[in-house]
Design a protein around this ligand. Structure first.
Ligand code: OAD
Length: 355
């Protein structure tokens, strides 16, 4: 092995008295070789892993020289920017890096990144396929109003007059107008980058299922495959009286059911109605088994969907534009808008899954 450069200190972790140093040098053929020294001693008495000895090749292996470290503290004393990209991946994916160390390293390796996002990314990469629960706040950045924010629907109109079976029965015209308006608004609507991030996470086997209270179909439009619509869909129509399917055009133009002349309605869940059983059971089962549940953009006010996060034995993350009143009980609370927050977490995920 002919070397062209001297060993270069890349990373030193530990304390002044007790530390591990990883050094590297580039060989003539461009390949990098790395070695570890413990307290300045390359013979490493009492520190026998890995089996191959002190030297490994390949950047991705460089950080494995920290594995099995007997050091009590792995705080970074010195790090060369050359190793940062690999350090980032190692810290997000290695089981050796616990939460305390992750937070201690976070500012150095991901300066400017919110630590909670770093933690969320680590949990997502380490969980066996997470479950996402979304609410209306997931869609506001696609220009669909939510319900309970200052600009939400229920600030303009009393839900009892439009979103209940009683409303359908006693004032069908208002009911029809409310849903027809919402349906027509969907024509120009597209999923945003946050929806697409969730679809990518499913594609990369990080997410197994999205349970959504939204009726707008935007998760599916963004490419998510396993979407359970807990409150139904505004994009399909049926007869309230006989159940026959109808068309959006028929509903929006005030037609009645072609079979029985009954009242057409969107296939959404109205207050007082049961949730679609299959969607509910599939979501519940996934949540019970999930290592991680990420709840995005819901005020958690509506039963029974608001019970779901508490049904997991896994970790829970709450992402919402406002968290003061609604975030209690979650393991991690990230205050921020869905799109930017998911994009930010995804930048870390991409580091974690980079080959
Ligand atoms: P809500 O309107 O109750 O809550 C939306 C939440 O999203 C609020 O906490 C907002 O702060 C938050 N939010 C708004 N924009 C956001 C953004 N860009 N990023 C992150 N968070 C944001 O809506 P849901 O909880 O979904 O049901 O409401 C649940 C159910 O109540 C709905 O499915 C609907 C409604 O009545 C029925 O109609 C049966």
């Amino acid at each position: 092995m002919v070397s062209v450069k001297d060993w270069q200190e890349l990373l030193t972790v530990g304390t002044e008295n007790e530390h591990i140093k990883i050094s590297g040098k580039e060989k003539k053929n461009g390949e990098w070789v790395f070695k570890r020294t413990v307290n300045g001693d390359s013979l490493e008495r009492g520190y026998l892993s890995p089996r191959e000895g002190n030297e490994v090749t390949g950047w991705d292996n460089a950080l494995r020289l920290l594995d099995g470290s007997p050091l009590r503290s792995l705080h970074i004393l010195k790090a060369d920017p050359l190793i940062y990209p690999y350090l980032g991946k190692y810290m997000l994916t290695s089981k050796n890096i616990g939460e305390e160390l992750l937070l201690a390293w976070s500012d150095k390796v991901f300066p400017g990144k919110n630590k909670d996002m770093v933690m969320a990314a680590k949990w997502l990469l380490g969980s066996d396929r997470a479950v996402i629960l979304s609410g209306a706040g997931m869609s506001t950045e696609s220009n669909i109003p939510d319900f309970r924010s200052s600009s939400g629907w229920w600030k303009q109109i009393d839900p009892r007059t439009v979103a209940t079976v009683e409303a359908l029965d006693s004032n069908y015209d208002l009911f029809q107008e409310f849903y027809a308006t919402r349906m027509k608004a969907l024509d120009q609507i597209e999923p945003h980058e946050g929806h697409r991030v969730l679809a990518k996470w499913e594609e990369n086997n990080l997410v197994q299922l999205i349970g959504t209270q939204n009726v707008d179909g935007l998760h599916s439009a963004a490419g998510s495959l396993n979407v359970q619509e807990l409150h139904g869909s505004i994009r399909s129509i049926r007869c309230h009286d006989c159940g026959k399917e109808g068309s959006i055009e028929a509903f929006t133009s005030h037609e009645t059911c072609s079979r029985c002349g009954g009242r057409l309605r969107p296939a959404v869940v109205l207050f007082g109605e049961m949730l679609p059983q299959e969607a509910w059971e599939t979501t519940l089962e996934a949540i019970e088994q999930a290592g991680l549940v990420i709840v995005i953009g819901t005020s958690m006010e509506v039963y029974p969907a608001n019970q779901l996060p508490a049904m997991t034995s896994g970790k829970t993350v709450y992402i919402n534009a406002e968290t003061a009143e609604t975030g209690a009980g979650f393991d991690l609370i990230i205050e921020g808008k869905a799109k930017k927050t998911l994009q930010n977490i995804n930048e870390l995920i991409e580091i974690g899954i980079r080959r």
